[in-house]
Write a protein that binds this ligand. Structure first.
Ligand code: NDP
Length: 315
């Protein structure tokens, strides 16, 4: 049978390119878990995905209710869950003030980390039930949260500190909107959320890999300088960032190529190892990369897991 993969944020950028790459193989049915139904339908059509290769389902990761509703709708569809890809993200690099959606958590960590944490925790059961030979949970990471790299050292650097703000619920009221309890910084909030993504992948691996056989992985697909991720950035940045990445850092990768990379992490039989953070070299060959000290801190991962469980109502 075909594999079924759920991809969050498949309406643009990396998620859409991955959906397209997997649909083209004819071996996958893609559940596009998106906040904007019409945009997702149009996106699938615009890249030429066959009508029977995908299903669009509503998911707004900024709302815990929506995450729970998505899980219910998915279960009602009676599709198996073979692979889950946590890909969606928001980035507010120039924001001076935090934004708080309905649940009251700062929007970038709320969407990128807490929404995905609840989704992945709830769907773990469904993944476990699947009879697919290689079940995987993939969480998209980033170099910017990795302070052991050049890009990860561009200020403001990711730093979760003592998790004071996260423990307070990132409400901006009695606690800070930032995980480390400091003043709000939109660029740093994104990087911190990516550190949480990478920590969660490893914590899932430690807690569930042996028992379930599911592979838990993360990746850095290289810099896809043309995606909507940079939509909130100043116009001059958006103009100069792609050529800068292409010609100066040479870290640029096209959306199509990045989609092929994530599709490999979803389906390539040679990429089944669990607990791995995949990256690609200049010749587009995959390799197991090292995470920064903070992004591989097992004690911090456990604490983020436990606090996040409380915040999303699982504990
Ligand atoms: P895009 O902005 O193109 O894609 C992000 C996707 O997330 C969009 O489909 C967006 O939906 C969706 N999304 C945002 N908020 C929500 C929400 N509340 N609920 C559901 N979906 C939501 O950016 P990219 O493709 O670049 O980003 C994809 C992933 O790649 C992210 O995890 C990012 O951190 C990571 N990444 C990107 C890099 C890059 O250089 N671009 C480098 C390293 C990692 P909508 O279409 O409705 O806006």
């Amino acid at each position: 049978r075909k594999g079924t993969v759920v991809i969050t944020g498949a309406s643009s950028g990396l998620g859409l390119a991955t959906a397209k790459a997997l649909a083209d193989t004819g071996k996958w049915h893609i559940v596009m878990a998106c906040r904007d139904f019409l945009k997702a339908e149009r996106a699938a059509k615009s890249v030429g995905m066959a009508k029977d290769s995908y299903t669009v389902m509503h998911l707004d990761l900024a709302s815990l209710d929506s995450v729970r509703q998505f899980v219910e709708s998915f279960r009602r569809s009676d599709m198996p869950l073979d692979v889950l890809v946590c890909n969606a993200a928001v980035y507010f690099p120039t924001a001076r003030e935090p934004t708080f959606p309905a649940d009251g958590f700062e929007l970038s960590v709320g969407t990128n980390h807490l929404g995905h944490f609840l989704l992945a925790r709830l769907l773990l059961d469904d993944l476990n039930k699947s009879d697919y030979p290689s079940k995987r949970l993939v969480i998209v990471g980033s170099i910017t949260g990795n302070t052991n790299t050049l890009a990860g050292n561009v200020p403001p650097k990711a730093n979760l500190g003592d998790l004071r703000g996260l423990a307070g619920g990132l409400t901006g009221l009695n606690s800070s909107a930032m995980i480390d309890g400091e003043h709000f910084d939109g660029a740093k909030a994104y990087k911190d959320s990516k550190v949480c993504n990478m920590l969660m992948m490893q914590e899932f691996h430690r807690r569930y890999h042996e028992e379930t056989g599911i592979s838990f992985t993360s990746l850095y697909p290289s810099c896809i300088a043309t995606t909507g991720l940079f939509r909130e950035h100043i116009p001059l940045f958006r103009l100069l960032f792609p050529p800068f990445q292409k010609f100066v850092t040479k870290g640029f990768v096209s959306e199509a190529e990045s989609g092929k990379r994530l599709a490999q992490v979803v389906s390539d039989p040679s990429l089944t190892k669990s607990g791995v953070y995949w990256s690609w070299n200049k010749d587009s060959a995959s390799f197991e990369n090292q995470l920064s000290e903070e992004a591989s801190d097992a004690e911090k991962a456990r604490k983020v897991w436990e606090i996040s469980e409380k915040l999303v109502g699982l504990a």
